[in-house]
Write a protein that binds this ligand. Structure first.
Ligand SMILES: Cc1cc2nc3c(=O)[nH]c(=O)nc-3n(C[C@H](O)[C@H](O)[C@H](O)COP(=O)(O)OP(=O)(O)OC[C@H]3O[C@@H](n4cnc5c(N)ncnc54)[C@H](O)[C@@H]3O)c2cc1C
Length: 297
């Protein structure tokens, strides 16, 4: 199928783009990498009057560390993040998750902001953002808002962004020393969306006692699920296999995933438990060092 007719707009500055959205936001769609939007257009699942291409706006991409956070411009290509030494060093969870998004060709065009704004319930980046407690920075002519992932991800393919707002940046906390991270998922074929994916980070003190742990799961609900209660089994103790299994057990018992064509509810819960245990074990092996995408291959 071909997309329905639309007017193509190519703003050359953020201000121009925000002006277009202030006027036409309800009837517009912004185009980032196009890896999700173009199929939606071709299937005529979305029919915008205006397509606002973000690709010529300077300053919307890039990586920098500021105030203890890694700031990722919305138009930063997924492949750029995957290949960044800064990301491997400062945000090993993100580095570990990136190669699991689709295929290299998709990551060459796909952007971090596009993936977060698309809010696919099986996407890797929403789970990473949720595990890390990212700040999602939205801008409009009315001003700026910074949302937590809990506030940003509202439902299946739905975020709290208003029609006149653009996601301009995601700000993730830099990993403290003695942090290990891992992102594990099960998908039917390499490059497919995950059936279930688990994002984990683990931080220990000098004595090896866990001081912080975060787990977020994708593929088990309309938005990423953060294991708030379950990780308490780890904090304050020395990480070991028994504690990892306990976190996985507690997490899975609180999940209520739907069954669908790809997997039953019980199978998703089983995957969440096993992947949580394995991801925490892998994060523990990596304590003190970053992870690399090469390490995964
Ligand atoms: C074959 C295939 C396999 C894939 N596998 C995976 C996978 O395993 N995991 C995964 O997570 N993704 C996967 N994807 C999706 C891919 O990661 C997309 O790149 C991503 O979901 C969307 O990013 P994009 O930059 O292409 O955004 P686009 O497709 O351009 O836009 C997506 C949506 O976000 C909106 N949007 C984009 N940028 C902004 C912004 N800055 N502010 C507000 N709204 C914005 C658009 O209007 C649109 O509604 C796959 C895609 C394909 C084609």
């Amino acid at each position: 199928m071909k997309p329905p007719r639309f007017d193509y707009l190519l703003p050359r500055s953020l201000d121009e783009a925000l002006g277009i959205l202030a006027e036409h936001g309800e009837e517009a769609k912004v185009l980032a990498g196009g890896q999700s939007l173009v199929p939606l257009l071709n299937f005529r699942l979305v029919r915008p009057t205006y397509l606002v291409d973000l690709n010529e706006i300077p300053g919307l991409d890039g990586l920098r560390v500021e105030d203890g956070r890694l700031a990722i411009g919305a138009m930063t290509r997924q492949r750029t993040v995957e290949r960044s030494a800064l990301v491997r060093e400062r945000c090993p969870l993100l580095a570990d998750a990136m190669p699991q998004i689709g295929h290299a060709q998709i990551r060459n065009r796909g952007t971090v902001g596009g993936s977060l704004a698309h809010a696919d319930p099986a996407g890797e980046l929403p789970a990473v953002a949720a595990a890390l407690g990212a700040e999602l920075v939205l801008r409009s002519r009315r001003g700026e808002r910074r949302l937590t992932p809990e506030a940003f991800f509202v439902a299946y393919l739905t975020t709290a962004a208003e029609p006149d707002e653009l996601l301009v940046e995601a700000r993730v906390p830099v990993a403290p020393p003695r942090t290990g991270a891992a992102f594990l998922e099960v998908s039917r074929r390499h490059g497919d969306f995950a059936i279930v994916g688990v994002a984990t980070t683990l931080t220990v003190d000098e004595g090896g006692i866990c001081t912080a742990c975060a787990v977020a799961v994708t593929g088990v609900g309309p938005t990423p699920v953060v294991a708030g209660e379950a990780v308490r089994a780890l904090v304050g103790v020395k990480p070991d296999a028994g504690a990892f299994d306990e976190v996985g057990r507690r997490l899975a018992s609180a999940l209520r995933p739907d069954s669908d064509l790809h997997a039953s509810s019980d199978y998703r819960k089983h995957l969440a438990r096993v992947l949580t245990r394995r991801a925490l074990a892998r994060a523990a092996e990596r304590l003190g060092g970053g992870t690399t995408s090469e390490e995964r291959r």
